[in-house]
Design a protein around this ligand. Structure first.
Ligand code: ADP
Ligand code: MG
Length: 587
């Protein structure tokens, strides 16, 4: 049932574009008369001439003219229809649909992407846009023309021999119903096969993106074995699906034979009784070929529609998915100026639905003054990254409130919030675009000089300049062609170029050697001037000079104070410090 409503939804989305291009759609519809004129009406004139020939009458030349003109007229209409259909209509709508999918996907919240395979999403989006062509093809090219032709043919047959014509019409209608029924019965089987295929695609994308890991652990054979298991399941489902298709094709063949025999035997009897002329008998034989053609086509159309609808189902469901994090209906104008951040009584857990998973943060409080620079440290898994994601509204708090400059972050637009925060994530990813574009992403209007300055401050200019293509170097998917440290430096430059009052760095320098880090420190320090900064670091030297250091352990603040105060407290921070400074004197 859910599937039916999803299919209807897909049809609704697809057909909504018909209204958008009314002119071209009218052109497409010409396929009906075009087909009827060419293959049904023109043979009628030929049969008329043939009738005169058989009866040894003089042939009326007009019939031949009519036959030629209807063929030519049909061809011209078909040309107009093809023009409207293939060149414009499909093309325009397909473009629209590609755009609709990216728009919708990009509006989904952070958690959605954390839980989806990107390869599978890409495949779904493509199938959805491509599916339109198959859908319209089935509706216009395959159905409309043939249906129009068959109806005219049946009309002509009924006109010339009501009894035989009606019998053919009846058997045809029943056959179409049977064909449709069989094809529809196959739908769930085929859909299950598509779902398995989608799963396989996702798995392949996952393995391919982890190819380097596979290699390092010499797991090629194991991954192949695993993949083959999924592949086998997919293949079994497809086997079943095609099995049904083959059976259906056989049933259709039987129906075609019945229709042909009806017209053949019925026709001969009618000729014997003098209710059908020889010429019309021959015409009926020609028509019945078109009529049985429609059965095979009907099966194909249903299969195509069903295939398309099955293919597009996942995307249609996604298009109906509302992002878990949405802008308020009437967003307030953002008041973020200085960046006073306050988390008050915040409770948050990733999976609060399941009873036995306790909240990660419970009645959590952290207030950061405007312009204050706060360092955040603590054991991994303590909730540091989660905290930054809550500030960015990548997740919403389940209880409590987060305000920036006194304004609840849920009352402003997410774009305004994100524009106000310069963020370097723990594992920065880069676009497969040039380094210049990757850095400039922080401010699309940035000049070349500004990009280079940022790169210099992030201590990235040197290595970029040493690359053969310099700032034009393409970094590979997700930035794979760069080292972790290089990626981080570009991400820092990208954040530096962004003009935002708040800076959030999540272990932004973790992959750098101490020397590079010291260089970057200068740049970062300059960047923090006049900004509110939250810097998560693993290496304590990074945050030593911060106005305040907060120790987060297991979702709780266990210590807070300046470096000196915390060292004096001789608790977790002091222990970590002694460890890390390894016997070196504190400054
Ligand atoms: P830290 O940055 O301090 O190392 P995180 O905030 O990344 O810690 O993680 C805190 C806890 O939340 C961890 O136990 C982690 O497994 C869990 N966690 C992080 N992200 C997700 C997620 N998207 N879904 C479910 N659990 C998550
Ligand atoms: Mg983290």
């Amino acid at each position: 049932m859910a599937e039916t409503s999803t299919n209807l939804q897909t049809i609704k989305i697809y057909t909504s574009y018909w209204r958008k291009y009314p002119g071209t759609i009218a052109g497409c519809m010409l396929i009906g008369p075009a087909y009827a004129l060419q293959v049904i009406v023109s043979p009628l004139f030929i049969a008329k001439a043939l009738g005169q020939l058989v009866n040894h009458q003089p042939i009326n030349n007009n019939y031949l003219w009519y036959a030629g003109l209807t063929m030519l007229g049909g061809a011209i209409l078909q040309y107009v229809s093809d023009h409207g259909f293939i060149m414009r209509f499909c093309n325009f709508v397909t473009r629209d649909l590609y755009n609709v999918t990216i728009t919708h996907l990009l509006r989904q919240e952070y958690g959605f992407f954390a839980n989806s395979f990107s390869g599978s999403l890409v495949a779904q989006a493509n199938r959805f846009a491509k599916g339109y062509e198959a859908f319209s093809d089935a509706v216009f090219l395959e159905s409309l023309g043939l249906l129009c032709g068959v109806l005219v043919a049946l009309g002509v047959m009924i006109y010339y021999n009501p009894l035989l014509g009606s019998a053919v019409a009846l058997l045809w209608a029943v056959s179409i119903a049977i064909v449709a029924y069989l094809a529809i019965r196959r739908m769930p089987v085929r859909r299950a096969a598509v779902a398995k295929e989608s799963q396989q695609t996702g798995e392949l994308a996952d393995v391919i993106s982890n190819a380097v890991t596979v290699k390092t652990f010499a797991q090629e054979a194991e991954e192949e074995r695993r993949y083959d298991l999924t592949n086998l399941v997919r293949s079994k489902y497809y086997y079943r699906s095609w099995g049904r298709a083959v059976n259906n094709a056989f049933a259709i063949n039987l129906l075609c034979i019945a229709l042909q025999l009806l017209v053949f035997i019925g026709g001969i009897m009618a000729v014997r009784h003098g209710t059908l002329s020889i010429a019309m008998f021959l015409l009926f034989q020609v028509y019945i070929l078109r009529v049985i053609d429609s059965l095979g086509k009907a099966a194909m159309v249903v299969r195509k529609l069903e295939g398309t609808l099955g293919d597009t189902q996942e995307m249609t469901v996604l298009l109906g998915r509302q992002s878990q994090i949405v802008d308020p209906e009437h967003p307030e104008p953002s008041k973020i100026a200085k960046g006073a951040i306050a988390l008050t009584n915040v409770t948050f857990g990733y999976d609060l639905h399941s009873k036995n998973s306790p909240a990660l943060l419970k009645n959590f409080n952290l207030h950061i003054e405007p312009g204050e620079r706060v360092g955040l440290v603590g054991p991994s898994g303590g909730g540091k990254t989660t905290l930054t994601k809550l500030m960015l509204r990548f997740n919403d708090v389940q209880d409590g409130i987060i305000t920036i400059d006194g304004q609840d972050i849920r009352v402003i637009r997410q774009d305004d919030l994100h524009n106000a925060i310069s963020y370097v994530p723990q594992e920065p990813l880069l676009f497969h675009r040039s380094i210049r574009e990757n850095i400039g992403y922080g401010d699309t209007a940035a000049s070349e000089a500004a990009i280079i300055t940022a790169a210099k401050q992030a201590h990235a200019h040197e290595f970029i300049s040493s690359l053969p293509n310099g700032y034009d170097t393409l970094v590979g998917e997700r930035g794979i062609k760069l080292s972790g440290g290089q990626r981080q430096r570009i991400a820092i430059a990208r954040a530096m170029i962004k003009k935002a009052p708040i800076l959030v760095l999540d272990e932004a320098t973790s992959a750098l050697d101490s020397e590079s880090e010291i260089y970057i420190q200068d740049g970062l320090w300059k960047l923090m001037q006049g900004k509110t900064a939250l810097v998560i670091a693993h290496r304590l030297s990074t945050i030593q000079k911060m106005d305040r250091i907060v120790v987060l352990d297991n979702g709780r603040i266990t210590e807070t104070g300046t470096h000196k105060q915390l060292v004096a407290k001789k608790r977790l921070y002091a222990r970590l410090w002694t460890h890390q400074s390894g016997g070196f004197l504190e400054e």
